[in-house]
Design a protein around this ligand. Structure first.
Ligand SMILES: NC(=O)c1ccc[n+]([C@@H]2O[C@H](COP(=O)([O-])OP(=O)(O)OC[C@H]3O[C@@H](n4cnc5c(N)ncnc54)[C@H](O)[C@@H]3O)[C@@H](O)[C@H]2O)c1
Ligand SMILES: C[N+](C)(C)CCCC=O
Length: 516
């Protein structure tokens, strides 16, 4: 069971006593407006096109979202600029106190935020609670670092010296994906605010709701009005943000094609970027692994958030000696995953984000079959008995056997609940195959041989590697990709590098020795 995982234990403890649910599936009324600027919810100054926002569990329209234009984007950036002047002058300890208060409020509102996230994203409430816990832990962690951010003092000849100052960048733009809406906003705002920056955040137009609550929480915690703003919209709004001359940095989470466009725009303004992009990560199971843990790990690596997870280990390489035993057990457990109303306590898989995405995932499975893969379980649409869920976007989690490395289902990111099992014979062979991908976000290995485990992860060309576990998220550990999966890091001390800049000061204590 998922509760065996020690990194989820804190969350599970809190899960045991949920406060009364704020809303049931099919009933949430979205609080409007959804833009947030200068410390308040605002209608966009030039809201143009309306986007429909869906509740994945039921398929109903939750609200219509006005996409912000140039004027609104500029107002949000100006609001952030004004707040930056105040926030950046505060001491790290002062920022720490405000951020700790924000973390406390998130904890207090955990059930309400998790419910909102579940209704808008479709993931199970069980998982949404874990996401919210990771979110407040992130703010707590960076609050802790805020007070200790410092430069260096360097002695030079004759009593002269130099020192470095770690300074904020200014107005940072955060652009998020729809799979972890609240958590992505915290992973970006945590280090950004700790370093003294202001932020304008644009969530995915599919999941615009919970981030506005984060903005309200920051205000309630005491940040200067305008320090964290939310601008709603899709690609056009995102472009306006990236191209704005007063934006100092862009932190993006999303797909590789959009990441490329973001980098092009950033290049024109010489703006630093963090790119958290897609993946097709390998999970390697050796025959000496603890089979029970390896099976659990494979499920964790593939089926969280309906498989819509960037770092999923979707290429599961299994040493041939244990292929049949492992596969049988994985299939058995996958078939037992409880699908349905994501707000029910025992549901472990909810609905995919929207109908086009569900169709896309189904298309990958159809193509996999055409290319010779065998569907060992699932892959078909799931229609829950509850009539209110009949238009939701559900499918049964799928395990594919008889996979080959050149199949589309093994090469491309599916971003759905589809695991591909691939046999291997030797360590050398599996490493070669595991690294034969344009992506490099994550990777994992299950083995009882400690030397082999470290040798294998050292050879994996991926930014986030797991030994004998998968997809846990301690906020203390840096997270980010190699190759087409992006660059820059979120979480851990490493993220500070990406939200600050070093100023060097050289101090002369003697006379100037001029060459002229
Ligand atoms: N590495 C990570 O940490 C991580 C985490 C979550 C998701 N992802 C990746 O995200 C992808 C799924 O998310 P998605 O479908 O929302 O991705 P996406 O690239 O379609 O959209 C991501 C965000 O970018 C915005 N956007 C789209 N076009 C833009 C443009 N031209 N300029 C500026 N902004 C633009 C979108 O509105 C959205 O807010 C998957 O590939 C997944 O692997 C990566
Ligand atoms: C919290 N997880 C499961 C590690 C996911 C991180 C974000 C990727 O989509």
């Amino acid at each position: 069971s998922i509760s065996q995982n020690s990194h989820l234990a804190v969350s599970n403890f809190l899960c045991a006593v949920p406060s009364s649910p704020c809303s049931a599936t099919g009933t949430l009324t979205v609080q409007q407006p959804l833009n947030y600027r200068a410390g308040a919810r605002v209608q966009p100054a030039d809201g143009g096109q309306l986007e429909e926002v869906f509740e994945p569990a039921t398929g109903r329209v939750l609200c219509k979202l006005p996409c912000s234009g140039e004027k609104e984007v500029d107002l949000a950036v100006q609001s952030a600029k004004a707040a930056f002047k105040i926030w950046s002058q505060m001491s790290g300890m002062e920022r720490c106190r405000v951020m700790l208060e924000a973390a406390r409020i998130i904890r207090e509102q955990r059930e309400e935020i998790a419910t909102m996230e579940t209704i808008n994203n479709g993931k199970s409430i069980f998982e949404a609670r874990v996401d919210i816990d990771i979110s407040w832990q992130c703010l707590e962690y960076y609050a802790g670092l805020a007070g200790s951010l410092a430069g260096e003092h360097i002695q030079l000849p004759g009593g002269s010296f130099g020192y470095t100052r770690r300074e904020p960048l200014g107005v940072c733009v955060g652009i998020g994906a729809w799979n972890y809406p609240f958590q992505i906003a915290c992973w970006k705002s945590g280090p950004a605010l700790a370093c003294g920056n202001a932020m304008v955040f644009k969530p995915s137009p599919f999941t615009p709701i919970s981030v506005v609550r984060l903005a309200e929480i920051f205000t309630e915690a005491g940040v200067p009005k305008g320090l964290f703003n939310v601008v709603q919209g899709g690609a056009a709004t995102g472009q306006l943000l990236c191209q704005h001359p007063d934006v100092a940095k862009i932190s993006f989470t999303g797909s590789v094609p959009t990441g490329i466009k973001i980098m092009e725009m950033a290049a024109k303004g010489i703006k630093p970027v963090t790119l958290e992009l897609g993946g097709k990560s390998p999970l390697i199971i050796f025959s000496d692994a603890d089979l029970e843990n390896a099976v659990k790990g494979a499920l964790m690596a593939n089926f969280l958030t309906q498989g819509e997870v960037c770092c999923n280990g979707t290429r599961v390489f299994v040493e041939r000696k244990i292929l049949d035993t492992f596969t049988k057990e994985v299939v058995k457990r996958t078939q037992k995953i409880k699908i349905g109303d994501p707000l029910l306590e025992d549901t472990r898989m909810g609905a995919l984000i929207n109908r086009p995405h569900l169709n896309r995932v189904q298309g990958f499975i159809k193509q996999a079959k055409e290319q010779g893969a065998e569907v060992l379980c699932g892959g078909d649409l799931y229609v829950p008995d509850d009539p209110k869920l009949k238009n939701g976007y559900y499918m049964r989690p799928c395990v594919l056997g008889n996979c080959k490395d050149d199949m589309t289902c093994v090469k491309e990111e599916i971003f759905g609940p589809v695991m591909a099992i691939l046999p291997f014979d030797t360590e050398e062979e599996v490493l070669e195959r595991a690294n034969a991908t344009k992506f490099g976000l994550a990777g994992g290995v299950f083995t009882r041989d400690i030397q082999k485990a470290h040798r294998v992860v050292a050879a994996l060309k991926a930014g986030m590697c797991f030994i004998n576990n998968y997809n846990i998220s301690p906020v203390e550990l840096p997270f980010g990709g190699y190759k087409f999966s992006g660059f820059g890091r979120e979480n851990g001390r490493a993220a500070i590098e990406y939200y600050s800049q070093l100023k060097t000061v050289c101090v002369e204590m003697g006379d100037v020795e001029s060459v002229f």
